[in-house]
Design a protein around this ligand. Structure first.
Ligand code: PGA
Length: 252
């Protein structure tokens, strides 16, 4: 069964006490208004994970990281392993966010290694893909997303692939206030689901959760989520404000 999911990506925002306050508030909200089968994942900075995980008790509400090392352990100063993330109580990790691809040079091969390492350690992967503006204008956005998925994710067995969520995030929509139109989102999500069907078959593609990300907020979430192939959102800026974030979840 395809899951409905909203994931918040806090990025490099909120100090520890601010993060704990936000997590406490969101938990309280979903204790009072149960998620009823929907899932909400708070993807926090590494140092918040342990405390945030311990603060979340509402059914369906869990914590996740925003990145992980491709290595198991060892002399990799400044890195955090998938096993460490798992040990905090977090159960998910974002892999391949466009900011990691762009600012930290993370390429498809590296992301495939990170994905494999995350899965080996029992983490669920939220795998991001999406084109930049010039690629959309050049009408190669489908090719770009196809390459990112084929090289980063479709190397997995079906069993492992089923532990992943795909997030389509057009880079031109991230943090810009420009959202993909519901039709643009549906068109790409439908295309992605078709790629999954070709690779893993109809059952797997029917079961795959595909999130939209990029300037999604409470005021536009409902029209994006209304599309058949849009199963929720990956939310950046709007995940930092409790009411706004909870209203996005409500729109699902
Ligand atoms: P945004 O970010 O909602 O602030 O556009 C989305 C993301 O980067 O995941």
């Amino acid at each position: 069964m395809r899951k409905k999911v909203v994931a918040g990506n806090w990025k490099m925002n909120l100090d520890l006490s601010q993060g704990a306050d936000l997590a406490t508030g969101i938990n309280k909200h979903f204790m009072a208004e149960p998620l009823n089968g929907k899932e909400v994942i708070l993807c926090t900075p590494y140092i918040h994970l342990s405390i945030v995980s311990s603060l979340l008790s509402a059914p369906g509400l869990t914590a996740g990281a925003q990145n992980c090392s491709e290595h198991k352990s060892g002399a990799y100063t400044g890195e955090v392993s998938a096993a460490m993330i798992r040990s905090t109580g977090a159960s998910s990790v974002i892999i391949g966010h466009s900011e990691r691809r762009t600012y930290y040079g993370e390429n498809d091969a590296l992301l495939a290694s990170k994905t494999a390492e995350a899965l080996r350690n029992g983490l669920r992967v939220i795998f991001c893909c999406g084109e930049v503006l010039s690629e959309r204008e050049g009408n190669i956005h489908f090719d770009i997303v196809k390459r990112q998925l084929e090289q980063g994710l479709f190397i997995l067995s079906e069993e492992d692939f089923r532990k992943c969520i795909i997030a389509y995030e057009p880079v031109w929509a991230i943090g810009t206030g420009v959202t993909a139109s519901p039709a643009q989102a549906q068109e790409m999500h439908h295309y992605i689901r078709g790629l999954v069907r070709e690779k893993y078959g109809k059952n797997a593609s029917d079961d795959t959760t595909i999130l939209y990300g990029g300037s999604c907020k409470a005021s536009n979430a409902a029209e994006l989520f209304a599309n058949h192939d849009v199963d929720g959102g990956l939310i950046g800026g709007a995940s930092l404000v409790q009411d706004e974030f909870c209203n996005i979840v409500k729109a699902l």
